[in-house]
Design a protein around this ligand. Structure first.
Ligand code: H2U
Ligand code: ZN
Length: 398
């Protein structure tokens, strides 16, 4: 951040002050937030603004994601721009408890011909159309690899599992009672431990909603396990490792302590877990779910950790559904230490939740243009999004 401190900052401060005053009178999405203490050049700008105008940064800036080393461009001054985005049809409001045509409901036959048991809690099966296969031919592409550095490939093995969260076709993960969410956490942990005996990376995730490409309303997630470390966890492995070497502490443990102290990006918290909009969030209402003690992987969560996590997830996922009065689409997934590798002390278990909705039940954020070609960009600040979600965690109306 220091490198961005410009000599003409005073000019920007005056400019943003004028803009801030007009924007604040217009926008319900910019709550009265504390300034971003600790964010170097912002403090400098704030010092030039009268004390009655405290607020988030209202000028373009970048923030760095310490987990990946990547940057995001923030343009808070655009929150009020006119929008003529696509209006999409909403999903149907009511679903049956059991759908005879659903391939995930208890007792039904799946596309591949297998029959689901009459399950009463969670149910896991190997995907009938898996992206990864346990017995890929060894070295099939070795010949192609020899010729050129420009044509590098590698063979991989793995498996894909489908996790039905509950027998009820009509209840989303957020709708489940806390005990239902707790049962899913146990299933995630068991599957992770089992698959970790054979595969290096176990990716637990849920794609929720048609907007995210989910093909079935029945509450379910997936687990893909593979012999390789994929791109995203590879970045996190590198950055968390470098942080431990440089600071002698765990990156995400330091981060959760910092955010718990500040409060401005915290959405919900209990004594074991925090849900927060990360400083470097890309998606409008992105969340990071963090344990407040050092836990490397889901199976390492104690009974009390799992209870507390279920309670926290229930609160924040229900808050999501209140943002636009619609069942909130998202991709949620867990990152924990890789298996079958060297020391993993630098790893801290965490979940990312990436929801696409931006300004209504049907208007989503697109990652296109500048974002595909240069870097991600957002308008709404992480602090504003956290304020909105925090307020919705304490209301009870649905
Ligand atoms: P999504 O709706 O999130 O795509 O997940 C559904 C998964 O279920 C999908 O990966 C699998 C699809 O391959 N599936 C089966 O394994 N068996 C079936 O009978 C249908 C769908
Ligand atoms: Zn179903």
């Amino acid at each position: 951040m220091r490198r961005t401190a410009l000599p003409h900052m005073r000019f920007y401060a005056k400019l943003t002050l004028t803009f801030a005053v007009s924007l604040r009178t217009l926008s319900p999405l910019l709550p009265d937030e504390p300034g971003l203490a600790g964010f170097h050049w912002v403090r400098y700008v704030s010092a030039n603004i009268p004390t009655n105008v405290r607020g988030p940064m209202l000028h373009p800036h970048r923030r760095r994601n310490p987990l990946t080393g990547e940057w995001v461009l923030i343009s808070p001054q655009r929150t009020q721009r006119p929008w003529q985005g696509k209006q999409e049809a909403l999903p149907p409001a009511s679903l049956p408890h059991h759908d005879p045509a659903c391939y995930l409901c208890p007792g039904n036959t799946r596309a591949g011909g297998a029959q689901n048991p009459d399950y009463s809690s969670t149910f896991v099966f190997t995907n009938d159309y898996p992206a990864l296969l346990p017995d890929a031919p060894a070295d099939a592409s070795a010949e192609e690899q020899q010729d050129s550095f420009l044509l590098t490939g590698e063979n991989v093995t793995g498996t894909s599992r489908v996790v039905c969260f509950s027998p009820r076709h009509d209840q989303t993960f957020a709708d489940l009672p806390v005990e239902g969410i707790r049962a899913v956490i146990d299933t995630w942990a068991t599957e992770t431990a089992t698959l970790g005996e054979r595969y290096r990376w176990v990716q637990v995730f849920e794609n929720k909603g048609a907007l995210m490409g989910c093909s079935n309303a029945h509450p379910h997630g997936q687990i893909w396990a593979g012999s390789f470390l994929p791109n995203e966890p590879a970045k996190e492995d590198r950055e968390q490792g470098a942080y431990l070497r440089e600071h002698g502490s765990v990156l995400l443990l330091d981060y959760v302590a910092l955010e718990a102290g500040r409060g401005e990006r915290i959405v919900a918290m209990n004594d074991r877990w925090a849900a927060l909009v990360p400083f470097w969030a890309v998606w409008p209402y992105e969340l990071l779910i963090l344990p407040r003690t050092h836990i490397q992987r889901m199976p390492g969560c104690s009974t009390a950790d799992r209870d507390a996590l279920a309670a926290l997830l229930s609160v924040v996922l229900r808050a999501y559904d209140r943002v636009f009065s619609v069942t909130f689409p998202y991709t949620m997934g867990w990152h924990g230490a890789p298996f079958m590798t060297g020391a993993t002390d630098h790893w801290q278990l965490h979940a990312h939740i990436y929801p696409p909705l931006l300004r209504s039940a049907s208007v989503k954020k697109f990652m296109v243009g500048y974002e595909m070609l240069a870097e991600p960009q957002r308008d709404l600040t992480a602090e504003s999004a956290a304020g909105v979600l925090r307020a919705l965690c304490t209301t009870t109306d649905h």
